[in-house]
Write a protein that binds this ligand. Structure first.
Ligand SMILES: [Fe+2]
Ligand SMILES: [Fe+2]
Length: 259
């Protein structure tokens, strides 16, 4: 991807996010000792992105048989990640073998299903690509606790519908946009293999953020700019406030003072 293309992809993302990644985070992320945690966390983030998209269509849009087929598609990835079952190389062959049947009635289900199934396919492919990179760099997969980031956003999701769905979609948009921004920020500081890999992810994550935002706007059918601005502030606070648990989406690193 040329520099101009990257700039064009990032422009709306940087306009959407309320702050840039702090330089202190980049300084930590480029240290070679941080690569294992970065890749392990990135791997789990890709699975979580697939899981949350799947949750949305299971909960809001498809019939029971389709929901079952979705869970079966994801199970080998979850078995590998949470239970260390299976060979990661086999994951590349897995496909969703059933067409999705939408629940009757609603006006937005088909759009939600179409966008989310494509997004899940891409996230699972990214998951596999991260495992390829880890394999090349001799980094074993180990369980990892999740950062405060997604929880910190999702705790503000309303409890009644349709606001809860709209809030979850807005959170999805922020998570995707921040991932995209961070890929672009660290890519120049990594070796060529890793830098190229992160740049290759920019295009799909940029579209994912737009998909989430469009879905939120279409489903709401009214102006949601205040709600978007609210989550924008929450998100920016998670990025700039001190955080001693370095991860892909962590906040301002707290440097340990010796002595
Ligand atoms: Fe992804
Ligand atoms: Fe994504």
């Amino acid at each position: 991807m040329s520099l101009d293309n990257i700039e064009a992809l990032l422009k709306p993302i940087n306009g959407f996010l309320k702050c840039e990644t702090p330089l202190e985070w980049i300084s930590e992320a480029k240290k070679s000792c941080k690569l294992p945690v970065l890749l392990r966390d990135h791997l789990v983030c890709e699975l979580k992105a697939a899981q949350s998209a799947m949750f949305l269509i299971r909960r809001y849009a498809v019939d029971a048989d389709s929901a079952k087929a979705l869970l079966e598609w994801l199970k080998p990835y979850e078995d590998f990640t949470y239970r260390h079952i299976g060979d990661w190389r086999d994951l590349e062959k897995l496909k969703l073998n059933k067409s999705m049947i939408v629940k009757s009635g609603g006006r937005y289900e088909q759009e939600l299903v179409d966008k989310m199934v494509m997004l899940i396919r891409e996230e699972l492919h990214h998951f596999y690509q991260v495992l390829e990179v880890m394999n090349e760099y001799g980094i074993e997969y180990e369980n990892i606790n999740s950062s405060r980031y997604a929880k910190g956003l999702l705790k503000h999701v309303k409890t009644h519908e349709p606001d809860a769905l709209i809030d979850k979609l807005i959170c999805g948009a922020y998570i995707e946009a921040r991932s995209c921004e961070r890929f672009a920020k660290i890519a120049p500081h990594l070796d060529k293999r890793l830098g190229d890999f992160y740049i290759s992810l920019l295009r799909s994550e940029a579209r994912h953020y737009q998909d989430y935002l469009e879905l939120a706007e279409n489903i709401a059918g009214k102006d949601i700019s205040e709600r978007i601005a609210f989550f924008g502030e929450v998100e920016a606070d998670l990025i700039v406030s001190p955080d001693n648990d370095f991860k892909f989406h962590s906040g301002l690193p707290v440097l340990k003072v010796l002595g």
